[in-house]
Design a binder for this molecule. Structure first.
Ligand code: ATP
Length: 309
């Protein structure tokens, strides 16, 4: 179904979770942000946003069974609603839209679920109203919404600099298999950064380039990639949640090539040598009492159109 102008009445866009294959963090800047040298990868855990022209702006949420819906704010505290209001203002439009959000990306898990929703909303709004914003204009709006939102638009595997918002796609021909273990309780990203500042008062102003990681990626060899994964927020996250260290040891003991805290945590991710390898790690972790253990592969696309009707 389309309107008289040939525009759809509703548009659905899928956004992907991100992990950081490398997360180098520098000393906090005067503006309160930390300089980053990071390598992002979009993996196959998704949130879907459907946006429909409506007579009021609202949001209806549906969540995977491992997500507590009460952790996701509704109304203007939801970054998807903020994205909607921002792009509406930027394109000088009035009116309202309704959002249906189906969430599978763990909340406050260091996987940029909110950023995926914001990126998906920007793209869906643009397509719903035929705004035809350029990629650069969308990326600029995305950067205003949050440091990870530009990456959530482009997906794949990409370098991130600045506070993470300056993104540059990387050629990554591998198919990498991951096991992700979310935690029932989220970890606040600002709190983990504050703890990083306490633990590393002499952090460099400019974090080092991820040279090892980039050459491991280009090799396509899981074992090399495993050895070069790096996260400067891992020790502060484990200091705040010691059980994450135990979980990483457990997953590696079950055959993962390497376990790592995802971004600021508390989700832990495990690189596996194959899909079969990932299933074996899942079985081991479930056997050890972890009920929610997910398999994903990357890289996958960033925010992309699912349906227009
Ligand atoms: P990041 O690594 O980008 O900080 P994260 O994965 O750790 O993100 P999110 O899932 O994006 O965390 O959620 C962070 C907080 O943002 C949540 O605690 C929640 O209160 C709030 N939030 C706002 N909008 C959303 C949304 N659409 N989905 C999930 N959380 C949201």
């Amino acid at each position: 179904m389309v309107t008289a102008l040939g525009l759809p009445l509703s548009v659905s866009v899928r956004g992907a979770a991100k992990i950081n294959l490398h997360l180098g963090v520098g000393a906090v800047r005067a503006d309160g942000f930390h300089p980053l040298q990071t390598v992002y990868q979009a993996i196959s855990l998704y949130d879907d946003i459907t946006i429909t022209s409506h007579h009021y702006t609202g949001i209806v949420l549906e969540t995977a069974d491992y997500i507590d819906a009460s952790d996701v704010p509704l109304a203007t505290h939801n970054v998807a609603i903020r994205a909607l209001e921002m792009i509406r203002a930027r394109t000088g439009r009035e009116g309202h839209e309704h959002l249906d959000l189906v969430k599978s990306i763990p909340v406050a898990g260091g996987m940029a679920g909110g950023s995926a929703d914001a990126a998906a909303t920007l793209l869906a709004y643009d397509r719903l109203h035929g705004c035809r914003l350029s990629d650069d204009a969308l990326l600029e709006l995305a950067a205003e919404l949050g440091s990870d939102v530009p990456f959530s638009l482009i997906g794949g595997t990409a370098r991130g600099r600045g506070r993470g918002e300056l993104v540059e796609p990387l050629d990554d021909r591998g198919t990498w298999w991951w096991v992700a273990v979310p935690s029932a309780t989220g970890l606040s990203t600002p709190e983990v950064y504050r703890h990083f500042d306490r633990l590393f008062p002499n952090a460099l102003a400019d974090p080092a380039e991820p040279a090892d990681l980039l050459s491991a990626l280009a090799s396509g060899e899981p074992l090399r990639l495993a050895r070069s994964l790096h996260n400067d927020l891992q020790s502060p996250a484990i200091d705040l949640r010691p059980e994450l260290g135990t979980l990483i040891g457990l997953g590696e003991g079950e055959g993962a090539l390497r376990g790592l805290v995802s971004g600021s945590g508390p989700t832990c991710i495990f690189l596996c040598d194959s899909l079969d390898g990932a299933h074996a790690v899942v079985a081991g972790l479930r056997g050890a009492g972890h009920d929610v253990v997910l398999i994903a592969n990357g890289p996958v696309a960033g925010a992309h159109l699912l349906e227009r009707s």
